[in-house]
Design a protein around this ligand. Structure first.
Ligand SMILES: *Cc1c(COP(=O)(O)O)cnc(C)c1O
Length: 381
């Protein structure tokens, strides 16, 4: 028996996607981004699957510490760095590299005992994202301050982040690249610029071109999980395979008369007599509540439409095209045959939020569903 709601994680697909990153960026090292519990796939599990990556990136110190405690010895970069001396000490103790983006962090670095082990750093330039990082003269001053700081491993590495790389028509990305490359051209440290959209869409950034020297790092997140960072495309368009598929089953089938409404607030009214299927999945599992009527759902591998509101534990679907469907029949909410990118469109969101949103109660199957092996772990693992 399969669990009521479960994700199947195809870790071979994750390894395949890592190999694709190498094809897109053959001259770069790869910092696999596994923040937010590995984009909802389980951080430790993804890290183990992607052990061939040159390093990992996480958002927060606690994520980096957890990776170390799980025994991972790769380079680990904490993209938000530290915010206080205690956190900095924790980073040093666990050999985590810090992104430095505020003058306060530099002040904290100066408080570190001189005999302490040196901290590898990535100095962040704000090239137009206007989130983290230093601009212009402040960037140069921060660079100098870090160069003079005994607590810092030299040379200082250099990092920036794209705001709009998923829009191939937006010249902003080109300007961000130019600003960054111009500012760091005489500095010896390693560079890191590109996220998934940068790797796929702005190849001169990630290849060993005249703009960026070889040996620099790319930072793929979404593409490792098999998704497209570009609207209107799916991972398959870029040779990627989805890692996660979300499954459930029908728990009830009934008829609803024409003119009757379905579900909370009656947002769907049946225009014709409707064979209605109830599926055991809802926003309590991470199936987005804003998914609209008409969104595709696979029942017995064939497409039907979501109708009515998404509840906490259930959704309803139109089974008029499947007179034989019965309680217990398998349902897929997204996966290989139903790209999560497509579901994200119907939920007015992006695939990132759907992947990250899978909740604790959803069971995890690491092997193919046919093998019906349920790992003892949950999404927290
Ligand atoms: C999350 C993140 C990434 C990865 O972005 P994707 O779009 O998932 O590839 C890279 N760099 C930074 C700074 C990030 O925060």
């Amino acid at each position: 028996m399969t669990p009521a709601a479960y994700v199947h994680l195809d870790l071979d697909a994750a390894r395949h996607n890592l190999a694709q990153v190498k094809r897109y960026a053959p001259n770069n090292r790869i910092m696999a981004v596994i923040k937010a519990n590995g984009y909802g796939h389980g951080m430790d599990r993804v890290a183990a699957a992607l052990a061939e990556a040159d390093g990992f990136a996480v958002a927060r110190v606690d994520e980096g510490v957890r990776l170390r405690e799980a025994g991972f010895t790769q380079a680990i970069t904490v993209l938000q760095g530290f915010v206080c001396l205690d956190e900095l000490r924790l980073m040093v103790r666990h050999k985590l590299a810090a992104v430095i983006h505020t003058p306060q962090q530099i002040g904290i670095l100066r408080q570190l005992a001189p005999e302490s082990e040196k901290l590898p750093v990535w100095l962040k330039m704000d090239t137009g994202m206007n989130r983290l990082g230093f601009k212009g003269g402040d960037f140069l001053a921060a660079y100098q301050a870090l160069a003079d700081c005994v607590a810092v491993a030299q040379p200082i590495n250099l990092i920036t982040h794209f705001a709009n790389a998923d829009d191939l028509l937006d010249d902003k990305t080109r300007r961000q690249i130019d600003v960054f490359n111009h500012a760091v051209k005489d500095f010896p440290g390693q560079r890191s610029i590109a996220n998934s959209a940068g790797i796929i869409g702005w190849p001169n950034v990630s290849s060993n071109s005249a703009q960026v020297r070889g040996g620099d790092w790319v930072r793929p997140g979404l593409m490792l999980y098999g998704c497209s960072p570009f609207a209107g495309k799916t991972g398959a368009d870029f040779g990627l395979r989805p890692v996660m598929s979300l499954h459930s089953r029908l728990i009830a089938v009934k008829y609803v008369a024409a003119g009757e409404s379905v579900g909370y607030s009656g947002t769907w009214t049946c225009r014709q007599p409707t064979r209605l299927g109830v599926v055991s999945i809802g926003y309590g599992d991470g199936y987005h509540r804003h998914t609209q009527s008409g969104a595709p759902v696979l029942v017995n591998g064939r497409r039907v439409s979501l109708i009515g509101r998404v509840s906490m534990d259930m959704i309803t679907v139109d089974l008029n095209s499947q007179p034989d469907a019965q309680p217990g029949d398998p349902v897929t909410l997204w996966g290989e045959a139903l790209p999560v990118e497509e579901i994200a469109r119907h939920a007015d969101t992006i695939p990132y939020t759907l992947l990250c949103g899978i909740t604790q109660r959803v069971q995890v199957i690491e092997r193919s569903p046919a093998e019906t092996f349920v790992s003892a772990t949950t999404m927290a693992g």
